[in-house]
Ligand binder design. Sequence first.
Ligand code: TPP
Length: 319
Amino acid sequence: MTSLLDRYRLMARMRAFEDACAEGIRSGELRGELHLAQGQEGIAAGMVDALRPDDWMVSNHRPHLHAIAKGVPLFPLMAEIYEKAVGLAGGKGGHLHLFDPDHRFSTTGIVGSSLPVALGHAYAARLQETDDVAIGITGDGGTNTGQFHETLNMAAIWSLPLVVLVENNEYAISVPASEVIAPPGIAGRAAAYGAWGRRVNGIDVEAFAAAFDEAVAHARSGAGPALLEATCHRFRGHYEGDPDVYRSPAAHAEMAATGDPILIARARLLERAEADESSLDRILREATIEMADLLESVRAAPAPDPANALTDVFARAEP
Ligand SMILES: Cc1ncc(C[n+]2csc(CCOP(=O)(O)OP(=O)(O)O)c2C)c(N)n1
């Protein structure tokens, strides 16, 4: 089992990775929307024990931390975000279209559509008679799409090995979840499909890890789908550049003080005397240096050759 100290290190690296991505917005190297998941590290870092290399994961428009949890190598991952030729998709996909078939990881920027794609992977696992599990990830906003309900219904009817993981960060852009989700809540909807369902505190990496392990074990056992709702905060605006006028400075200060999964893990490590202040500070510093070095090598990598603009546009038909 991954120790809390290892999860702390992983969360520190995840945060520093996204800090390095955000630099591209400030410098003008990245021009499209960039959606960061800072504040949501407890969820991604809680996934790592339950996942196997053969499992499939389909993420949404906030995908970087999920990719890291699934084992996607950091250099081609960041290179794709910076639209470099050595990126996962040759720099043509950017951060919304990460795709790594070797690590069975993909994303889709269409809200809710990660779920039917994951359902397809779960169905494939059934047809191929493996015990692989598919994880489909969405935000709270994505759970109000028809695709969420259709996916859970079909997965339940066929008892498919699917985990629907919902990161409930309280907002779909500026729309509060509390105003658009009916009283049973997101996890409460599982009952309608006879699925395993649970709500867990996603800023507590250990609590999340325990719940995720259970959800994956349920799906892998052949007992049908699991719906896990993880509550969390999104520290940044919806995307880098969002003025975030729907939250007050006081709300931000409160989130930073009490809702940071890294600080919560840190306090617990100190309380249990599993680490001291200086070693925890060193972990943060090492993460920053690692990601600064990574960014430097990504910046040095070549951009895609315009001569290749028309390649990879259509799939080649098999003869
Ligand atoms: C079908 C569709 N409608 C609208 C959008 C624009 N859009 C992008 S993200 C987003 C909000 C998603 O909220 P949520 O699912 O809660 O995820 P979060 O951004 O909070 O992580 C919207 C409406 C989209 N990408 N796809």
